[in-house]
Design a protein around this ligand. Structure first.
Ligand code: NAD
Ligand code: MG
Length: 403
């Protein structure tokens, strides 16, 4: 065994943005297994104040953040009652503060959607170790985010299982384009979602309950719907372009229903390197927390005899047009990914509220993307303005289509 294994690893202070969600809960599970390695600086939630209270009692963070001041007052009171010292704050600026706090080493960015952009960017600008689950933040801010990471010397580790897999399959230094490192292609695997084998007629009738029941992964509602439309794979394609300096044409999406191979990198010499494991987000989370070391994640070793077979097929972009829309948005560049993401967030929420049908999600995104908009992703203000514009247009369309 190398000497470093015996040495006590330095204690890391962690902020978990979106701690009450699926990724947040798994992160705290891993952290709880290693009390000598990690302490929690801050936990944050949108409205789940009871869940946040329970997490505060277990993990004793210095700070807790909720969206609304009334919820924060409730949590403050509850913590005071049991004599706990946690400071409780409210609102978006408080999220940025717990990301950039000088005592913080590592920020888990696990808020869902565009709401995570500013605190995730704040962590990058403060030079933290950023564990990126919140793919929408990178889809929206692309070059701006990657520039902030390199300017501040932040360490960006992908938590999305596919990107974490690719990261593990690439050489340690992989910036500057794939070809420079002898890589011909990235292979992004996709489960295909719950409707992979369904006919278009059946897909048209999908309900929110059906869309949120993913065959292999247990996830938040928004990403579950994205997985069902394959928009998740589209957002991941864009995410991979930014993380690995790849072009959309260098990324092949491979439907692999067992979700055992989490993604692959193909090299010029014919080698294809894959990362495999049980579909459990604690593996990429533990990888990000401990990198470059490895720690126990509470995940069982893969049993290949039980898996028995691995299947692969091409995605069907006719039944699942969101994947094509996302690829086209990335190829178009500029604000197109911002518009794609905003329109999709509005459409998914409307679907979950039963205002839109499942098939209308892709139709709405296509409609908004086809409208004229302009601007370059070189400053945050114009990204946020385009995001607002696209949401407004999308909401109007929801009203019109659901009337
Ligand atoms: P989730 O819905 O389970 O949890 C979201 C968390 O963000 C919650 O803590 C919620 O309180 C908080 N939040 C929601 N809206 C907010 C707002 N407006 N302001 C502040 N906080 C807010 O979602 P999840 O499944 O954990 O996914 C989180 C992110 O990780 C998403 O971007 C998703 O795409 C990504 N991701 C998730 C998985 C997974 O397995 N769940 C895998 C890969 C990537
Ligand atoms: Mg993923």
């Amino acid at each position: 065994m190398s000497q470093s294994v015996h040495q006590q690893a330095a204690m890391q202070r962690v902020t978990v943005l979106g701690s009450t969600g699926s990724i947040g809960t798994s992160t705290l599970d891993v952290i709880g297994r290693h009390p000598n390695r990690y302490s929690v600086h801050a936990l944050t939630a949108h409205t789940s104040k009871e869940a946040l209270l329970a997490q505060c009692l277990t993990h004793r963070p210095a700070v807790a953040v909720l969206d609304d001041e009334a919820d924060a007052a409730w949590l403050r009171q509850e913590l005071k009652r049991v004599g706990q010292q946690t400071e409780v704050n409210a609102g978006p600026e408080a999220l940025c503060e717990v990301s950039r706090d000088a005592s913080v080493d590592c920020v888990m960015a696990a808020i869902v959607g565009a709401a995570g952009l500013l605190p995730t960017l704040a962590a990058a600008e403060a030079g933290k170790r950023v564990l990126l689950a919140n793919k929408e933040a990178l889809v929206m801010s692309g070059a701006l985010f990657m520039d902030a990471v390199s300017r501040a010397g932040a360490t960006l580790l992908p938590i999305d299982s596919e990107h974490n897999a690719i990261y593990q399959c690439l050489p340690a230094e992989h910036r500057g384009g794939l070809a420079r490192h002898g890589i011909s292609q990235l292979m992004l695997t996709a489960s295909g979602g719950p409707f992979r084998t369904w006919s278009q007629a059946d897909i048209d009738k999908v309900t929110p309950e059906q869309a949120c029941a993913h065959p292999n992964w247990s996830m938040g509602r928004k990403i579950s719907v994205d997985s069902a439309t394959l928009m998740n794979k589209g957002l991941e394609l864009i995410e991979a372009c930014w993380l690995f300096d790849a072009k959309p044409e260098q990324i092949q999406v491979v439907v692999h229903p067992q979700s055992v191979i989490h993604s692959m990198a193909a090299y010029h010499d014919g080698s294809v390197i894959a990362q495999l494991g049980n579909p459990d987000m604690r593996t990429p989370i533990a990888y990000g927390l401990a990198w470059p070391e490895r720690i126990d994640a509470g995940v069982e070793t893969l049993d290949l005899f039980q898996v028995a077979r691995l299947d692969f097929e091409a995605p069907d972009e006719d039944r699942f047009p969101c994947l094509r829309l996302a690829r086209q948005a990335m190829q178009q560049g500029g604000m197109a990914p911002v518009v794609l993401n905003a329109a999709n967030e509005v459409a998914v929420e409307a679907f979950l509220q039963r205002q839109l049908g499942f098939t209308a999600i892709g139709q709405l995104v296509a409609d908004i993307l086809s409208r004229p908009y302009e601007g370059q992703v070189d400053n945050l203000a114009s990204v946020l303005a385009t995001d607002r514009w696209a949401r407004h247009q999308a909401l109007e369309l929801v009203t019109r289509w659901s009337a």
